[in-house]
Design a protein around this ligand. Structure first.
Ligand SMILES: [Zn+2]
Length: 346
Protein backbone atom coordinates (compact mmCIF):
# COMPACT_ATOMS: atom_id res chain seq x y z
CA UNK A 1 0.00 0.00 0.00
CA UNK A 2 2.85 2.33 0.97
CA UNK A 3 4.70 1.49 -2.21
CA UNK A 4 1.68 2.42 -4.33
CA UNK A 5 1.37 5.69 -2.43
CA UNK A 6 5.03 6.49 -3.06
CA UNK A 7 4.63 5.67 -6.75
CA UNK A 8 1.64 7.98 -6.94
CA UNK A 9 3.58 10.76 -5.19
CA UNK A 10 6.51 10.32 -7.56
CA UNK A 11 4.13 10.49 -10.55
CA UNK A 12 2.55 13.66 -9.15
CA UNK A 13 5.99 15.14 -8.54
CA UNK A 14 7.02 14.36 -12.10
CA UNK A 15 3.90 15.91 -13.56
CA UNK A 16 4.52 18.98 -11.37
CA UNK A 17 8.08 19.23 -12.69
CA UNK A 18 6.83 18.91 -16.26
CA UNK A 19 4.19 21.52 -15.58
CA UNK A 20 6.80 23.80 -13.97
CA UNK A 21 9.03 23.63 -17.05
CA UNK A 22 7.07 25.40 -19.74
CA UNK A 23 10.14 26.24 -21.80
CA UNK A 24 12.33 24.03 -23.94
CA UNK A 25 15.31 26.27 -23.43
CA UNK A 26 16.40 29.24 -21.37
CA UNK A 27 19.50 31.24 -22.28
CA UNK A 28 20.59 32.84 -19.05
CA UNK A 29 22.80 35.71 -17.94
CA UNK A 30 23.60 37.05 -21.40
CA UNK A 31 23.62 40.65 -22.51
CA UNK A 32 20.60 40.86 -24.77
CA UNK A 33 20.67 43.06 -27.85
CA UNK A 34 17.15 42.80 -29.22
CA UNK A 35 17.67 44.53 -32.56
CA UNK A 36 15.20 47.35 -31.94
CA UNK A 37 17.94 49.88 -31.33
CA UNK A 38 17.63 49.66 -27.54
CA UNK A 39 20.85 49.53 -25.53
CA UNK A 40 21.80 46.03 -24.39
CA UNK A 41 20.41 44.74 -21.14
CA UNK A 42 21.00 41.69 -18.96
CA UNK A 43 18.11 39.29 -19.48
CA UNK A 44 17.20 35.64 -19.87
CA UNK A 45 15.57 34.39 -23.05
CA UNK A 46 13.05 31.54 -23.06
CA UNK A 47 12.39 29.43 -26.15
CA UNK A 48 9.38 27.21 -26.70
CA UNK A 49 8.71 25.24 -29.89
CA UNK A 50 11.50 27.05 -31.68
CA UNK A 51 10.18 30.52 -30.82
CA UNK A 52 11.26 33.14 -28.30
CA UNK A 53 8.35 33.36 -25.86
CA UNK A 54 9.77 35.43 -23.00
CA UNK A 55 12.62 37.85 -22.33
CA UNK A 56 13.21 38.80 -18.71
CA UNK A 57 14.18 37.12 -15.48
CA UNK A 58 13.50 33.40 -15.93
CA UNK A 59 14.53 30.70 -13.43
CA UNK A 60 16.61 27.86 -14.86
CA UNK A 61 14.12 25.43 -13.35
CA UNK A 62 11.52 26.68 -15.84
CA UNK A 63 13.30 25.02 -18.74
CA UNK A 64 14.28 21.54 -19.76
CA UNK A 65 17.60 22.88 -20.99
CA UNK A 66 19.65 25.89 -19.92
CA UNK A 67 22.54 27.64 -21.66
CA UNK A 68 24.67 29.89 -19.47
CA UNK A 69 25.62 32.90 -21.62
CA UNK A 70 27.57 34.75 -18.92
CA UNK A 71 29.98 37.15 -20.62
CA UNK A 72 28.32 36.67 -24.01
CA UNK A 73 25.91 38.67 -26.15
CA UNK A 74 22.52 37.22 -27.04
CA UNK A 75 20.87 38.56 -30.19
CA UNK A 76 18.32 37.49 -32.77
CA UNK A 77 19.87 35.86 -35.85
CA UNK A 78 21.44 38.49 -38.08
CA UNK A 79 20.06 39.20 -41.53
CA UNK A 80 22.72 39.59 -44.23
CA UNK A 81 20.99 41.77 -46.80
CA UNK A 82 23.72 41.46 -49.38
CA UNK A 83 24.56 37.89 -50.27
CA UNK A 84 25.30 35.98 -53.47
CA UNK A 85 24.54 32.38 -52.48
CA UNK A 86 23.27 31.07 -55.82
CA UNK A 87 25.11 27.79 -56.40
CA UNK A 88 27.18 27.90 -53.21
CA UNK A 89 24.29 27.27 -50.82
CA UNK A 90 23.24 24.24 -52.86
CA UNK A 91 26.82 22.95 -52.47
CA UNK A 92 26.83 23.60 -48.69
CA UNK A 93 23.24 23.69 -47.39
CA UNK A 94 24.53 23.81 -43.80
CA UNK A 95 26.07 27.22 -44.57
CA UNK A 96 28.52 27.11 -41.62
CA UNK A 97 30.12 30.35 -42.82
CA UNK A 98 26.88 32.18 -42.08
CA UNK A 99 25.74 30.23 -39.04
CA UNK A 100 29.03 30.67 -37.15
CA UNK A 101 28.79 34.41 -37.75
CA UNK A 102 25.29 34.48 -36.28
CA UNK A 103 23.61 35.05 -39.65
CA UNK A 104 20.37 33.10 -39.93
CA UNK A 105 18.77 34.87 -42.88
CA UNK A 106 20.32 36.04 -46.13
CA UNK A 107 18.97 38.07 -49.02
CA UNK A 108 20.49 36.93 -52.28
CA UNK A 109 20.00 37.93 -55.92
CA UNK A 110 21.91 41.17 -55.46
CA UNK A 111 23.81 43.25 -58.02
CA UNK A 112 21.43 42.31 -60.83
CA UNK A 113 22.16 38.57 -60.66
CA UNK A 114 19.61 36.06 -59.43
CA UNK A 115 17.91 32.90 -60.48
CA UNK A 116 15.56 33.93 -63.29
CA UNK A 117 12.97 31.45 -61.99
CA UNK A 118 12.61 32.02 -58.27
CA UNK A 119 9.88 29.46 -57.77
CA UNK A 120 12.21 26.67 -58.92
CA UNK A 121 15.06 28.15 -56.89
CA UNK A 122 13.04 28.30 -53.67
CA UNK A 123 11.69 24.77 -54.27
CA UNK A 124 15.25 23.48 -54.64
CA UNK A 125 16.38 25.14 -51.40
CA UNK A 126 13.30 23.88 -49.56
CA UNK A 127 14.11 20.31 -50.59
CA UNK A 128 17.70 20.72 -49.42
CA UNK A 129 16.58 21.97 -45.99
CA UNK A 130 19.16 24.73 -45.81
CA UNK A 131 20.18 25.81 -42.32
CA UNK A 132 19.55 29.47 -43.10
CA UNK A 133 16.48 31.32 -44.31
CA UNK A 134 16.79 32.73 -47.81
CA UNK A 135 15.03 35.63 -49.46
CA UNK A 136 15.84 36.73 -53.00
CA UNK A 137 15.64 39.76 -55.19
CA UNK A 138 14.95 39.33 -58.88
CA UNK A 139 18.04 40.44 -60.79
CA UNK A 140 17.64 42.89 -63.66
CA UNK A 141 20.68 41.49 -65.45
CA UNK A 142 19.28 37.96 -65.26
CA UNK A 143 15.92 39.11 -66.58
CA UNK A 144 17.50 41.17 -69.38
CA UNK A 145 19.79 38.29 -70.32
CA UNK A 146 16.83 35.92 -70.55
CA UNK A 147 14.86 38.27 -72.82
CA UNK A 148 17.55 40.12 -74.80
CA UNK A 149 20.72 38.07 -74.30
CA UNK A 150 23.70 40.43 -74.58
CA UNK A 151 22.09 42.96 -76.91
CA UNK A 152 23.70 46.40 -76.56
CA UNK A 153 20.59 48.49 -77.18
CA UNK A 154 17.33 49.59 -75.65
CA UNK A 155 14.59 46.98 -75.45
CA UNK A 156 11.72 46.98 -77.91
CA UNK A 157 8.25 47.48 -76.39
CA UNK A 158 7.74 43.72 -76.60
CA UNK A 159 11.03 42.99 -74.83
CA UNK A 160 10.29 45.54 -72.12
CA UNK A 161 6.89 43.93 -71.56
CA UNK A 162 8.50 40.48 -71.41
CA UNK A 163 11.00 41.67 -68.81
CA UNK A 164 8.21 43.26 -66.79
CA UNK A 165 6.24 40.03 -66.78
CA UNK A 166 9.31 38.10 -65.58
CA UNK A 167 9.68 40.58 -62.72
CA UNK A 168 5.97 40.29 -61.96
CA UNK A 169 6.17 36.48 -61.86
CA UNK A 170 9.21 36.66 -59.57
CA UNK A 171 7.37 38.98 -57.19
CA UNK A 172 4.42 36.58 -57.16
CA UNK A 173 6.88 33.76 -56.42
CA UNK A 174 8.15 35.60 -53.35
CA UNK A 175 10.91 37.98 -54.45
CA UNK A 176 11.54 40.76 -51.94
CA UNK A 177 12.23 43.25 -54.72
CA UNK A 178 14.40 43.91 -57.74
CA UNK A 179 18.16 44.40 -57.93
CA UNK A 180 20.34 45.98 -60.56
CA UNK A 181 24.01 45.64 -61.39
CA UNK A 182 24.34 48.69 -63.62
CA UNK A 183 28.13 48.35 -63.57
CA UNK A 184 27.96 44.88 -65.15
CA UNK A 185 26.82 43.78 -68.60
CA UNK A 186 24.07 43.60 -69.71
CA UNK A 187 22.91 46.03 -66.99
CA UNK A 188 25.28 48.66 -68.41
CA UNK A 189 23.26 48.57 -71.66
CA UNK A 190 20.08 49.64 -69.87
CA UNK A 191 19.04 53.24 -69.64
CA UNK A 192 17.30 54.61 -66.57
CA UNK A 193 13.67 54.46 -67.86
CA UNK A 194 14.00 50.70 -68.48
CA UNK A 195 14.90 50.19 -64.82
CA UNK A 196 12.21 52.61 -63.62
CA UNK A 197 9.53 50.61 -65.43
CA UNK A 198 10.77 47.31 -64.01
CA UNK A 199 11.02 48.79 -60.53
CA UNK A 200 7.42 49.98 -60.84
CA UNK A 201 6.35 46.35 -61.19
CA UNK A 202 8.29 45.37 -58.05
CA UNK A 203 6.78 48.36 -56.25
CA UNK A 204 3.24 47.21 -57.05
CA UNK A 205 3.98 44.05 -55.08
CA UNK A 206 5.53 45.86 -52.12
CA UNK A 207 9.12 45.15 -53.18
CA UNK A 208 12.20 47.28 -52.80
CA UNK A 209 14.94 48.24 -55.21
CA UNK A 210 18.54 47.21 -54.35
CA UNK A 211 21.10 48.88 -56.55
CA UNK A 212 24.71 48.13 -57.36
CA UNK A 213 24.98 51.58 -58.85
CA UNK A 214 26.32 52.38 -62.30
CA UNK A 215 29.62 53.78 -61.12
CA UNK A 216 31.46 53.79 -57.81
CA UNK A 217 34.44 55.87 -58.93
CA UNK A 218 34.64 59.11 -60.94
CA UNK A 219 30.91 59.23 -61.64
CA UNK A 220 29.72 57.98 -58.28
CA UNK A 221 27.61 61.08 -57.61
CA UNK A 222 25.64 60.71 -60.84
CA UNK A 223 25.20 57.03 -60.08
CA UNK A 224 23.78 57.73 -56.60
CA UNK A 225 21.51 60.34 -58.18
CA UNK A 226 20.27 57.76 -60.69
CA UNK A 227 19.39 55.29 -57.91
CA UNK A 228 17.48 58.04 -56.09
CA UNK A 229 15.73 59.06 -59.33
CA UNK A 230 14.58 55.47 -59.88
CA UNK A 231 13.22 55.38 -56.32
CA UNK A 232 11.39 58.65 -56.85
CA UNK A 233 9.88 57.75 -60.24
CA UNK A 234 8.96 54.16 -59.41
CA UNK A 235 7.70 54.97 -55.90
CA UNK A 236 9.91 52.28 -54.43
CA UNK A 237 12.31 52.20 -51.46
CA UNK A 238 15.91 52.00 -52.67
CA UNK A 239 18.81 50.29 -50.92
CA UNK A 240 22.17 51.35 -52.34
CA UNK A 241 24.38 48.28 -52.06
CA UNK A 242 27.91 48.33 -50.63
CA UNK A 243 27.93 52.11 -50.53
CA UNK A 244 31.47 53.35 -51.21
CA UNK A 245 33.78 55.54 -53.22
CA UNK A 246 36.03 53.11 -55.02
CA UNK A 247 39.33 54.78 -55.60
CA UNK A 248 41.91 56.46 -53.41
CA UNK A 249 42.10 59.71 -55.42
CA UNK A 250 38.40 60.18 -54.67
CA UNK A 251 38.61 59.65 -50.94
CA UNK A 252 36.54 62.30 -49.19
CA UNK A 253 33.84 62.36 -51.86
CA UNK A 254 31.61 60.31 -49.56
CA UNK A 255 30.64 63.53 -47.78
CA UNK A 256 28.93 64.48 -51.05
CA UNK A 257 27.34 61.08 -51.70
CA UNK A 258 26.09 60.80 -48.12
CA UNK A 259 24.60 64.28 -48.46
CA UNK A 260 22.74 63.14 -51.61
CA UNK A 261 21.21 60.29 -49.61
CA UNK A 262 20.35 62.49 -46.66
CA UNK A 263 18.77 65.12 -48.83
CA UNK A 264 16.64 62.47 -50.59
CA UNK A 265 15.53 61.23 -47.18
CA UNK A 266 14.61 64.76 -46.16
CA UNK A 267 12.52 64.89 -49.34
CA UNK A 268 10.63 61.88 -47.98
CA UNK A 269 12.17 59.16 -50.12
CA UNK A 270 13.02 55.82 -48.50
CA UNK A 271 16.72 55.65 -49.34
CA UNK A 272 19.05 53.40 -47.34
CA UNK A 273 22.56 52.06 -47.83
CA UNK A 274 24.63 49.14 -46.68
CA UNK A 275 28.35 48.82 -46.36
CA UNK A 276 31.04 46.17 -46.09
CA UNK A 277 32.44 45.89 -42.55
CA UNK A 278 35.95 45.97 -44.06
CA UNK A 279 38.00 48.27 -46.30
CA UNK A 280 38.49 46.05 -49.33
CA UNK A 281 36.25 45.02 -52.17
CA UNK A 282 36.44 42.69 -55.11
CA UNK A 283 34.67 42.12 -58.37
CA UNK A 284 35.09 40.33 -61.67
CA UNK A 285 37.62 41.22 -64.36
CA UNK A 286 34.67 41.92 -66.63
CA UNK A 287 33.99 45.17 -64.84
CA UNK A 288 37.12 46.82 -66.27
CA UNK A 289 36.50 45.67 -69.86
CA UNK A 290 34.54 48.28 -71.86
CA UNK A 291 30.89 47.22 -72.02
CA UNK A 292 30.65 47.58 -75.78
CA UNK A 293 33.42 44.99 -76.16
CA UNK A 294 31.34 42.40 -74.31
CA UNK A 295 28.14 42.79 -76.34
CA UNK A 296 26.36 40.13 -78.42
CA UNK A 297 27.77 36.94 -76.93
CA UNK A 298 31.08 35.11 -76.66
CA UNK A 299 31.84 34.65 -80.35
CA UNK A 300 31.32 38.35 -81.07
CA UNK A 301 33.57 39.15 -78.10
CA UNK A 302 36.32 36.88 -79.42
CA UNK A 303 36.16 38.50 -82.86
CA UNK A 304 36.75 41.89 -81.23
CA UNK A 305 39.58 40.64 -79.05
CA UNK A 306 41.31 39.03 -82.04
CA UNK A 307 41.11 42.11 -84.25
CA UNK A 308 44.32 44.13 -83.61
CA UNK A 309 42.69 47.56 -84.03
CA UNK A 310 39.71 46.79 -81.80
CA UNK A 311 41.95 45.07 -79.33
CA UNK A 312 44.15 48.14 -79.00
CA UNK A 313 41.04 50.26 -78.48
CA UNK A 314 39.82 47.89 -75.73
CA UNK A 315 43.22 47.90 -74.07
CA UNK A 316 43.48 51.69 -74.17
CA UNK A 317 40.04 52.09 -72.62
CA UNK A 318 40.86 49.57 -69.90
CA UNK A 319 44.10 51.37 -69.04
CA UNK A 320 42.34 54.76 -69.08
CA UNK A 321 39.67 53.42 -66.73
CA UNK A 322 42.25 51.93 -64.41
CA UNK A 323 44.31 55.12 -64.46
CA UNK A 324 41.25 57.07 -63.32
CA UNK A 325 40.30 54.75 -60.49
CA UNK A 326 43.61 53.22 -59.47
CA UNK A 327 46.07 56.07 -59.97
CA UNK A 328 48.30 54.93 -57.14
CA UNK A 329 48.54 51.34 -58.43
CA UNK A 330 49.15 52.48 -61.99
CA UNK A 331 52.16 54.52 -60.89
CA UNK A 332 53.94 51.58 -59.31
CA UNK A 333 56.49 49.50 -61.24
CA UNK A 334 54.30 46.45 -60.64
CA UNK A 335 51.75 47.79 -63.07
CA UNK A 336 53.47 49.90 -65.73
CA UNK A 337 51.16 51.26 -68.42
CA UNK A 338 53.33 49.58 -71.04
CA UNK A 339 52.75 46.12 -69.62
CA UNK A 340 50.32 44.25 -71.88
CA UNK A 341 47.19 43.34 -69.92
CA UNK A 342 45.86 40.97 -72.50
CA UNK A 343 47.75 37.81 -73.38
CA UNK A 344 48.77 37.73 -77.04
CA UNK A 345 47.06 34.41 -77.71
CA UNK A 346 43.44 35.34 -76.83
ZN1 LIG B 1 27.55 44.45 -56.09
Amino acid sequence: MHQRLYALLICLLFSCITYAQPYDLVIKNGRVVDGTGNPWTYADVAVQNGRIVKVGSIPATDARRTIDATGLMVAPGFIDVHAHVEGSLEAQPGAPNFIYDGVTTVITGNCGGSSANLRTYFDTLRLMKTSINVGSLIGHNSVRMKVMKMAFREPTAREQADMESLVEQAMKDGAVGISTGLIYTPGTYARTPEVVNLAKVASRYGGLYASHIRNEGQNVKQAVQEAIQISREAHIPVEISHFKVASKPLWGKSTETVELVESARREGLDVTVDQYPYTASSTSLESIVPSWALADGDSAVLVRFRDPVTRTKIRTEMLDGLAKTCARIMNTPLFPATNPILPSTV
